[in-house]
Design a binder for this molecule. Structure first.
Ligand SMILES: [Zn+2]
Length: 104
């Protein structure tokens, strides 16, 4: 299974919240989100616009969950398909699966 190996705090900057992907380092002043001027979204300034379309808002929300648990689209969808077959709230069950995977 693939996994993201790039700069982690870049993901926090993109989502605009601390994803705490680096653990203790993200709690310290060393985290990019704590540094002045580095807490903005990554990339050229021209891309730093507002909320964007309805689609982009939802897409960011989805990316946020995937990045938090360190999974990509394929695996994320598998969690959902598995959760769909169970009784209950599909989204909540999928997160439970993701959490189990993330914790070992
Ligand atoms: Zn960080």
């Amino acid at each position: 299974m693939g996994r993201y190996i790039g700069p982690k705090c870049r993901l926090c900057r993109r989502e605009g919240i601390k994803l705490m992907l680096k653990g203790a380092r993200c709690e310290s002043a060393k985290c990019a989100m704590e540094k002045q001027g580095r807490n903005a979204p990554p990339g050229p300034k021209s891309f730093r616009r507002g909320r964007g379309t309805e689609y982009s808002v939802r897409q960011r929300e989805k990316q946020k969950v995937k990045r938090y648990y360190g999974v990509f689209e394929k695996q994320f969808m598998n969690y959902f398909h598995a959760a769909e077959r169970l009784k209950g709230h599909t989204g909540a069950l999928a997160r439970t699966r993701a959490r189990q995977w993330a914790s070992g």
